[in-house]
Design a protein around this ligand. Structure first.
Ligand SMILES: Nc1nc2c(c(=O)[nH]1)N[C@H]1C(S)=C(S)[C@@H](COP(=O)(O)O)O[C@H]1N2
Ligand SMILES: [Mo]
Length: 196
């Protein structure tokens, strides 16, 4: 958390809700989280297995490309690096896509990111946060429950896939959902990389 406003952004205290498609409703029976792509063996985690991974608490700033920024939100979740530990790469992995639900399709939404930017405490899959009363509460389904990705603040928040369903490990950078439609591959708010 650095509480620095990137160019063209304004600060909001409230947490806006922004996504395309329907809100995914959690069903533990059918939910799983998949690690695939350039890996020796694909991994599939149940919600119970996911929740047993080591936990990280992190306070982060969020910057949406529609110009709102929210500073200092505290989340609990599983750091991205913990998931990397579960796979063995078959090749030189440099990029990932984080997948999530869109209109009933569990891999309908995706966002691409460089792997080396995701090894810190500020890249995590979260399921609860500290609300305005400083109580721990589960994420609202509208914010991505049961699991949503929070990227480092050097990426616009569309890289923060809600209703996350898996990670694809890749050698080369490939566009995700918004990147296909003309949004930036790198998406650094401090460099105002909105479109490409
Ligand atoms: N699955 C999914 N994740 C998504 C989106 C989406 O449409 N579908 N929208 C993204 C965008 S553009 C933003 S700004 C954030 C918004 O998160 P929030 O609604 O929790 O503020 O979610 C991101 N993650
Ligand atoms: Mo956004």
């Amino acid at each position: 958390m650095r509480k620095q406003l990137p160019p063209g952004q304004f600060e909001t205290e409230k947490w806006p809700i922004l996504h395309v498609g329907d809100v995914y409703h959690f069903d533990e029976e059918t939910w799983d989280f998949q690690l695939f792509g350039e890996v020796k063996e694909q991994v599939s985690l149940s919600y119970q297995q996911f929740k047993q991974l080591p936990k990280t608490i992190s306070t982060v700033d969020m910057h949406c490309v529609t110009t709102w920024s929210k500073f200092g939100t505290t989340f609990e979740g599983v750091a991205f690096r913990e998931l990397v530990k579960l796979v063995e790469f078959t090749d030189d992995v440099k990029y990932v896509q984080v997948f999530g639900y869109y209109e009933g399709d569990r891999f309908g939404y995706s966002a691409n990111l460089p792997l080396d930017a995701l090894m810190g405490d500020d890249a995590l899959f979260v399921y609860r946060w500290k609300d305005d009363h400083h109580d721990w509460v589960d994420l609202d389904p509208k914010h991505g429950y049961p699991l949503r990705f929070i990227p480092p603040d050097t990426f616009y928040l569309w890289k923060g896939t809600k209703w996350a369903s898996g990670i694809r490990f890749m050698k080369k950078d490939e566009p995700g959902f918004w990147e296909e439609m003309g949004y930036s591959m790198t998406a650094n708010p401090f460099k105002e990389e909105r479109y490409r």
